[in-house]
Design a protein around this ligand. Structure first.
Ligand SMILES: C[S@@+](CC[C@H](N)C(=O)[O-])C[C@H]1O[C@@H](n2cnc3c(N)ncnc32)[C@H](O)[C@@H]1O
Length: 274
């Protein structure tokens, strides 16, 4: 059965949906039967895309944030959201601030929820754009907006055929680095972007970003970054000034312009070497 998700089934910051077209195009230059190791799997969108395009490949999805647990609970999340949707429907305006009495009703409903709650999906249904919480205590302090999606989330078949693991990327890299038919997908958290919904938001410093470059040394890879992080600029500077070869030397670069507001934009960058 073929599934074709063009974005992650549940909200995820930093998913590579804008890159899927150039990513698939570039994949044509890579073997159909390789081992693809998605070192920073996030929502698994790259893993999903590779497996659907190359069913004979082996795809290792590093689920560092336990995204698959959110996928496993999608029915429970849908049930909670349909109750919240009914409460929000008592307000006239969609996308507008929810009046206090309706916010209380929503809080009351969520307080009855037992076991797993998908705080990221709840945040994107109720909070101002790009605002995320990771607990009930945080959620209660926020202003609510009527943003619940009108239809249910579906995730059927999304991670089918993909092998899941959950490790620090360095350990996973060690497991596969000596394999001859391996391609590394390298999409670390971006320098100077908001990582609050990731499981280790405080961890990434410049040296950590530079350490990641060890994974593209003499390997087949896809590396993702943006011009907000100046890593490529730094590496090119080192090379042109004669300090050392840039780790990206010999790679092909593809850029995608992402506009944030009418006058602010940045470039997302993918570099790959087969
Ligand atoms: C930019 S996101 C990846 C997005 C993914 N390509 C997608 O399309 O959904 C970076 C991911 O790396 C994870 N991460 C952070 N530190 C890590 C580590 N030490 N090892 C592995 N993954 C890590 C973050 O939690 C986050 O899920």
């Amino acid at each position: 059965m073929k599934y074709n998700y063009v974005q992650s089934p549940l909200p995820f910051q930093g998913q590579k949906r804008r890159f899927l077209k150039p990513f698939k195009q570039a994949l044509n230059e890579f073997p159909a039967d390789a081992i693809y190791v998605d070192l920073f799997g996030g929502s698994g969108l790259l893993s999903h895309t590779v497996k659907q395009m190359y069913p004979d490949s082996t795809v290792i999805y590093n689920d560092f944030d336990n995204y698959s647990n959110r996928i496993d609970n999608v029915a429970k999340t849908n049930t909670l959201l349909s109750d919240i949707r009914l409460i929000c429907a008592k307000s006239d305006e969609r996308k507008e601030r929810l009046p206090d009495h309706l916010k209380s009703e929503v809080i009351d409903r969520i307080s009855k929820e037992e076991g797993f709650v998908d705080w990221v999906t709840i945040s994107s249904s109720l909070l101002f754009s790009m605002k995320y919480v990771t607990s009930f205590e945080q959620l209660k302090k926020e202003t609510f907006y009527n943003k619940v999606r009108l239809s249910n989330y579906t995730a059927e078949g999304y991670l089918e055929g993909v092998l899941r693991t959950k490790k620090d990327y360095r350990d996973l890299f060690q497991d596969y680095k000596n394999n001859s038919n391996v391609v590394f997908l390298v999409d670390p958290p971006y320098l100077s972007t908001d990582c609050t919904t990731y499981s280790r938001p405080d961890y990434w410093k410049l040296s950590d970003y530079l350490n990641v470059l060890k994974t593209i040394e003499d390997t087949s890879y896809f590396y993702f970054t943006s011009n907000k992080s100046q890593i490529i600029e730094l590496c090119e500077w080192m090379q042109t000034r004669g300090y050392c070869m840039s780790p990206f030397d010999g790679g092909t670069t593809v850029s995608v312009n992402t506009s944030l507001t009418y006058n602010a934009s940045y470039e997302d960058i993918m570099i790959y070497k087969a």
